[in-house]
Design a binder for this molecule. Sequence first.
Ligand code: ZN
Length: 95
Amino acid sequence: MFTPTSCLERRILINKRDIKMGNLVGYGVEDTMSNVAKMSRWVCLECHYIYDPIKGDPKNGIPAGTAWEDVPDTWRCPECKILKAKKGVFKRLDD
Ligand SMILES: [Zn+2]
């Protein structure tokens, strides 16, 4: 099971590791960029639409660069109109 906080927790772990390594020069910028690169895509199991956080869903009010975790529960799949909040419909794609 993936919880909405799992991504955040992983990010915190990475931050702790980087701080331990003394890797603090330019840290803020690199951290932001690596988080964007790490954002997972999610697939709708109803219609196989893939939500790509790099693209977002601008037609439905989700700007490009929006992590899945930040997409509101009221968002609907643009293909089959199923609610994001519905359990078990969307699955994380781990590349
Ligand atoms: Zn769908």
